[in-house]
Design a binder for this molecule. Structure first.
Ligand code: NAD
Length: 425
């Protein structure tokens, strides 16, 4: 096997986007991608920064900063979520946009990658403030988005209601309803059945395939899930349905653990009542640091970036890690896990279920012809299992791990399109 090298030289602190650039550089070198393609892929094609005013409920006006970044649209319209988070930066948005280009290419859907963000804390905004902020942000970025240009979707801090406001704002400015401008919409507004669960469902499909490769069944597998939001809670619920034993789950307030297994539906009710998984009666509270060292077969980090780092990666006992979140493992942690022979299904494959069903939603909207939930799930299973096998085969052929293999497959597909299109003018 090829040895894993830290992408950051000593003393240098790499930003999220620098880490992605370094990975792209390394992969381009390994599979001999042309210098022109490498230089194009390591930058984002378009970046818009907006500063816009929002009237708050108390009559004050606050100015917010937002971004929309399109990384590369060689394979089709740009696609990527919108994040509302107080700490989000242009650099994070660039990194997430680049991951979207790679993700769409790995699962072979006809999209490029984009990402949007507003630096704000949605938890402290009223519904009216959130709506005004969203509508103004949507107007500000409307020169970039559109069903054939760039299609946003929900990410951390946004949800189907936010997508409905963006769709309505864009449609009002056009003068007619444009369903295909966003995905992740409410079902009654042209959302796809199965979209809400798609990312978690994709994690389970990948866990099943990884388990098969290692001779491990999901039935009876001991599972630990970090982050109990859309992705983590869905993955935990679906894994429990397949006979997996959920040993521990966590959220930003802490973790809970029961060596005899946890009942996911009861934790969901407890979280609904109290706002957190912590203090669940039939479990022990543990810190987030203890949590990652729990004995288990499968670990699903489904919270935020860089939660597995140099300081905690060595404590991981899992045989399989499914990256439900985007970029949850730092370069240094990746090397530690690799040396400990942990089988990692990388984010651009493991959490691609969301963008695949977003693609289905876009297709259904354009055709005004909507599918049943079982049809959506069946097609998702087919797309992801095909992508998993292509990545696995690439890994075997090139003698690299799943992360490098996924990058190789994606970069090669994007480079082939760029070569075929050439350079304008
Ligand atoms: P979410 O906001 O619904 O859930 C995030 C969860 O993580 C919450 O339970 C939060 O309390 C928890 N959390 C935050 N910090 C934590 C920490 N340090 N330790 C433990 N838990 C922590 O968000 P989501 O939509 O589930 O997204 C989670 C991740 O998955 C993000 O990286 C996102 O970019 C990625 N992702 C989401 C989708 C999707 O369809 N929702 C698709 C692809 C990728």
């Amino acid at each position: 096997m090829m040895s894993k090298q830290s992408a950051v030289s000593q003393g240098e602190v790499a930003s999220s986007f620098m880490m992605v650039q370094q990975q792209i550089d390394a992969i381009c070198k390994k599979i001999r991608i042309s210098e022109t393609c490498r230089l194009r892929l390591r930058e984002c094609e378009r970046e818009l920064i907006v500063h816009f005013p929002v009237k708050m409920d108390d009559g004050q006006v606050k100015v917010f900063t937002g971004y929309r970044v399109q990384h590369n649209d060689s394979r089709g319209p740009s696609k990527g979520g919108i994040r509302y988070h107080p700490d989000v930066t242009l650099d994070d948005t660039r990194a997430l946009a680049a991951l979207m280009t790679l993700k769409a290419a790995v699962v072979n859907i006809p999209y490029g990658g984009a990402k949007g963000a507003v630096a704000c804390n949605p938890r402290v905004l009223s519904q009216n403030e959130l709506e005004r902020l969203t509508r103004r942000y949507a107007s500000e970025i409307s020169l970039l988005i559109g069903p054939e240009r760039d299609i946003p979707a929900p990410d951390v801090g946004t949800n189907p209601q936010v997508m409905a406001w963006i769709m309505d704002t864009y449609s009002m400015n056009k003068g007619y309803s444009v369903l295909g401008v966003v995905t992740g919409k409410p079902i009654e507004l042209g959302g796809s059945k199965g979209r809400l669960e798609a990312t978690g469902r994709g994690c389970v499909i990948c866990a099943r395939l990884a388990g098969k490769h290692l001779g491990m069944s999901l039935e009876g597998a001991r599972v630990v899930v970090q982050g109990f939001g859309n992705v983590g809670a869905t993955a935990a619920r679906l894994l429990a349905k397949e006979g997996g034993q959920i040993m521990g789950v966590s959220d930003s307030k802490g973790g809970i653990y029961n060596p005899r297994g946890l009942d996911v539906e009861s934790i969901l009710s407890h979280k609904e009542e109290t706002g957190s998984v912590v203090d669940f009666k039939k479990a022990e509270n543990i810190t987030n640091a203890e949590f990652l060292g729990l004995e288990c077969d499968i670990l699903i980090p489904a919270a935020l970036e860089h939660t597995l780092h140099e300081g905690n990666a060595a404590s991981v006992k899992a045989k399989i890690v499914i990256e439900g979140a985007n970029g949850p493992i730092t370069t240094e942690a990746d090397k530690i896990l690799y040396d400990n022979r942990v089988f990692i299904v990388p984010d651009i494959l493991a959490n691609a279920g969301g963008v695949v069903v977003s693609y289905f939603e876009w297709v259904q909207g354009i055709q005004s012809f909507f599918w049943s939930e079982s049809e959506v799930n069946h097609r998702l299973q087919a797309v992801l299992s095909n992508a998993f096998h292509e990545v696995f085969d690439m890994g075997q052929h090139q003698k690299v791990d799943m992360r490098d293999a996924a990058y190789m497959l994606a970069v090669k597909r994007i480079a082939d399109t760029m070569e075929a299109r050439g350079i304008f003018p």
